[in-house]
Design a binder for this molecule. Structure first.
Ligand code: NZQ
Ligand code: ZN
Length: 383
């Protein structure tokens, strides 16, 4: 196992009606900006529950953070934060609203052009504190340090990470997921699955705890997957929600090599074609597993045996079957796993590596030995 520091101080209030704890989680005497997306929280009662909790607090609101949050929209919120001397952000929504709020929090305190945080990796020295009410289990953004921001006029989707923007608290009430459309439920399962895979499917470092946790999370998602479409099944939604948080809260990634190539390639596909984040992952991961089958051989065999319970006496056959089963699982969740099924033409083969290079992504994978050329081959296979 590699050395690590693990520190995840986000306070999680989990369970039925946990939004009722929001009032006491928010700091008294602060000026709060409530941030949300396109209005789903107004239709499902979450807005009402949240604003009930804001009584007695000083607050205002900013609506309209898009899925794949837009830099220009977020900069408008930064202006409001500055004008109104906001000192606490309350994000209510899915990963996009939480990520967008993280960027606003960092940009409001940043000296210089906030775009540099994303484009140049400028250090975030400080940020406005954030709390969140999560409405879509998927990204893990509710307790982690990452944020992914879109700037569509430049065709760029870029990320940053900073301890400064980790939410101070996350309210997770599985009941708020009842209003999610099937497409977003499927996105959540696939995104969480791929997050675990990218911290697990690398090479063995004898991190037996992390491996067993990761395998448990994967098996749980495989079991839960088909059931998440059942309306108002509290137990299923609760387990999905906690699974998605655990998939990217730093725990299973501590002390192990990681491979975020599927996400890096996937972000370019979203930037180019506007495909949902998880949709891109369902397309890229199976082909990346095939492309990297030698580099990932030991872990692929372990994955085949422990997650899919396959007979590994013929190792190559077991690897093939494990990849096929993974792809079939995504399809079972309603995902199309090839680009042509989304009407993407073969110019994608040239565009993705070019965009990776433009963004300075020259080394990918757990050993940093994959290049944009490898991404090209993966995309070609995924067409
Ligand atoms: O905008 P509203 O009206 O809220 O509607 C949203 C949006 O249209 C809707 N929605 C959310 N909760 C709902 C609901 N509809 C009905 N009922 C509810 N309870 O769902 C749509 C999608 O929301 P979005 O927040 O975009 O989805 P998700 O949570 O999947 O977030 C995706 C974003 O997170 C980034 C992705 O790249 C993408 O931009 N990621 C962030 C990560 C992180 N911070 O660690 C890691 C991930 O790998 C990912 O990259
Ligand atoms: Zn993701």
């Amino acid at each position: 196992m590699q050395n690590f520091i693990f520190h995840n101080p986000t306070k999680v209030a989990f369970g039925k009606d946990s939004i009722q704890q929001l009032g006491s989680l928010l700091p008294a005497n602060s000026k709060i900006l409530l941030l949300y997306g396109g209005g789903s929280i107004k239709n499902n009662g979450v807005y009402q529950q949240v604003t009930d909790q804001l009584k007695g607090h000083q607050w205002s609101e900013f609506a309209g953070i898009e899925a794949n949050p837009e830099f220009t929209t977020l900069m408008k919120a930064v202006e409001i934060v500055k004008q109104q001397n906001i000192d606490y952000l309350l994000a209510v929504g899915g990963g996009s609203v939480v990520d967008g709020s993280k960027f606003i929090a960092a940009a409001a305190n940043f000296e210089g052009d906030p775009w540099d945080i994303l484009a140049k990796g400028a250090t975030v020295e400080s940020a406005i504190p954030i709390g969140c009410v999560l409405t879509l289990p998927a990204t893990g953004s509710e307790t982690n340090t990452a944020s992914v921001i879109n700037r569509s006029e430049m065709g760029k989707k870029l990320s940053f990470m900073s301890e400064q923007v980790r939410p101070q608290f996350a309210v997770l009430d599985p009941q708020v997921t009842y209003s999610l459309p099937d497409r977003q439920l499927a996105n959540g399962v696939v995104d969480a699955f791929v997050h675990v895979m990218e911290q697990y499917l690398t090479y063995p470092v004898n991190a037996t705890v992390q491996d067993r946790f990761a395998e448990g999370l994967l098996q749980n998602l495989i079991e839960l997957g088909p059931k998440v479409f059942e309306p108002e099944n509290y137990e299923v939604r609760a387990n999905l929600m906690w699974n998605a948080t655990q998939a990217l809260n730093g725990l299973i990634g501590a002390g192990v090599p990681q491979d975020w190539a599927t996400h890096q390639i996937g972000h370019e596909l979203t930037a180019l074609y506007g495909l949902d984040h998880a949709v891109t992952l369902a397309i890229v991961l199976p082909q990346l597993m095939r492309h990297q089958r030698s580099a990932k051989r030991d872990k692929l065999i372990q994955f085949a045996q422990r997650v899919w319970h396959l007979d590994t006496s013929d190792e190559d056959k077991a690897i093939d079957q494990a990849i096929e089963k993974t792809e079939a699982f995504f399809q079972q969740m309603g995902m199309k796993t090839y680009l042509h099924e989304h009407n993407v033409d073969d110019s994608v083969i040239r565009l993705v590596p070019r965009k990776l290079m433009e963004n300075g992504v020259m080394k990918l994978g757990e050993r940093g030995d994959m290049t944009p050329k490898d991404a090209e081959l993966i995309i070609k296979a995924a067409l």
